[in-house]
Design a protein around this ligand. Structure first.
Ligand code: UN1
Length: 503
């Protein structure tokens, strides 16, 4: 497509405290997925050279930033949190325009960034280590958290400000510097976030923003020796590449990837509550959450009434432009994402699942210029079908019948992912058993699989994550490493690990 920059603002990279164009001279467009006539902005299509400049700036700034006392670093972050809160409406508006999810959700996204920033800034006065007794007299033993150095932050488009905040704020409070590569579909929210950090007084070089593709910019960050930690959220396929590319330089690698989350509706569930939960869990954010409830396993005794009510509610969902306050479900983020949805609808039909509602792209009238798709429910899905196994990242929910609690747990665990799961039941024993037995990083009782709060660890098992967690104080473990310190004040050589030490 020819680039028309006439009316749109051209945005720059942020490197070493200056807003600069890419050395490539190339640009890319950011268009509104609800209406592609609306050009949101034009951004730098950066190269490995731009990434290298950002790494160098971050490396130089690290030598100063790591020595700024953590409570002082935190002061800047508290200021940033307040600025984000003050501008919530405008930030949410920009986000809906570039990403499509409804305003209530983009406001929630911005609020998550506020919450995370306030929460993490508080860690400027904690970042607790340990003090322990020494084996020897006249000696102290303790451990402290140390920053790692330059952090690469590579983020997805579905939570354009929340997820960057989950990574950048803990990186900064721990004393690291950052090179930030946001998804090419949502560069404006990333830029808005960085502008606020700049305004809050974060010094030059401490946070750098480089927009552009993963092949160029992302790759340069991953192979650089100077980058010591990378935090990535995105698809499992890309996560595998990130992991492989980061391995030769022994970076710490935090990966947060796909999901195929399950809601288990038992025969004693409050069905009305379960239907509401599945609706919000399945179709919220147009199903484009890694925590989305894309599988619903329902006990056979309540299967039909549940399905009927769920389908009725899904059919009534108002699909449209997220900027319209009446809209409940926005568009897919891109044509490619909608094509994936359509591909999986075809796969589901092919596999013999029963299409209970939806199943079509919405392409006429007010929908003509966007990437809209009907909320879609497949019923009578077998657990082994691809629509019940693979992440779709769109408004498609698979409903799977089961005969018992045990079967529900087995089906729930029977996927390659392990992010979030939930059970609807009135039986406290089942709730606790499921809480223990679901092999996921997050678990809900009588609530949908979405809605994690910033002060608890977030992440998953198996192909969802690689053992680290972000959010909560768990994020400190990604962005710091331990140093053990021994202080001998005896004035003589006390020999450790010698048997029969003097008592
Ligand atoms: C994601 O889907 O990528 O728990 C993150 C939730 C949100 C974050 C989701 N707080 O659904």
């Amino acid at each position: 497509m020819a680039i028309t920059t006439a009316k749109a603002t051209t945005y720059h990279n942020f490197i070493d405290g200056a807003w600069v164009p890419s050395v490539s001279g190339d640009l890319f467009e950011n268009r509104n997925p609800a209406n592609t006539d609306d050009l949101v902005g034009v951004f730098q299509k950066s190269t490995a050279v731009d990434a290298q400049h950002a790494i160098e700036a971050a490396r130089a700034a690290y030598e100063r930033w790591r020595l700024v006392p953590a409570p002082r670093r935190a002061e800047l972050l508290f200021r940033a949190a307040q600025l984000i809160a003050d501008r919530k409406d405008a930030l949410a508006h920009d986000m809906t325009r570039e990403m499509g999810k409804v305003l209530a959700e983009t406001r929630g996204d911005v609020q998550e960034a506020v919450d995370m920033t306030f929460f993490m800034a508080g860690e400027g006065r904690r970042q607790y280590g340990q003090t322990v007794p020494s084996e020897l007299r006249d000696k102290f033993a303790m451990s402290i958290r140390q920053p790692l150095g330059v952090s690469a932050v590579i983020t997805p488009w579905n939570f354009p400000m929340a997820i960057p905040s989950w990574k950048i704020i803990p990186a900064l409070v721990c004393g690291n510097t950052v090179v930030f590569k946001p998804a090419t579909l949502t560069p404006l929210s990333a830029l808005n976030f960085v502008r606020i950090l700049e305004e809050a007084g974060v010094p030059s070089g401490v946070v750098n923003l480089v927009t552009g593709g993963g092949g160029e910019v992302g790759n340069a960050l991953l192979v650089s020796d100077d980058v010591r930690v990378v935090s990535f959220t995105g698809s499992t396929d890309v996560g595998r590449t990130v992991s492989e590319k980061a391995a030769p330089t022994f970076k710490k690698t935090h990966l947060e990837m796909g999901g195929k989350n399950v809601m288990m509706v038992m025969d004693d569930a409050n069905l009305e509550l379960a239907v509401e939960g599945c609706l919000w869990g399945g179709f919220g954010t147009t199903g484009q959450r890694c925590t989305a409830a894309s599988r619903v396993v329902v006990h056979e005794k309540v299967y039909q009434p549940f399905l009927d009510a769920f389908v009725e509610r899904a059919k009534a969902l108002r699909v449209g432009d997220g900027l319209d306050p009446g809209t409940e479900v926005g568009p897919s983020v891109s044509e490619g994402q909608r094509e994936t949805v359509m591909k999986y609808v075809a796969i589901g039909l092919d596999e013999g699942a029963a299409l209970a509602c939806g199943g079509h792209a919405l392409t006429s009238g007010a929908y003509a210029r966007g990437f809209f798709h009907e909320p879609t429910i497949f019923a009578d899905v077998a657990p082994s079908m691809r629509i019940a196994q693979e992440e779709i990242f769109g408004p498609v929910v698979s409903v799977i019948p089961c005969r018992s609690f045990e079967e529900a747990v087995a089906i729930g665990n029977g996927v390659e992912y392990g992010l979030s799961a939930s059970i609807y039941t009135q039986d406290v024993n089942r709730a606790f058993a499921a809480m223990r037995d679901m092999y996921t990083g997050i678990f809900y009782v009588n609530a949908p699989t979405i809605g994690a709060e910033v002060h608890l660890p977030f992440g998953g098992t198996k192909s969802t994550g690689n053992g680290h967690r972000e959010a909560g104080t768990a994020a400190l473990d990604v962005f710091s490493e331990w140093k053990s310190i021994y202080v001998d004040f005896s004035g003589k050589l006390q020999r450790a690990q010698i048997d029969a030490a003097e008592i």
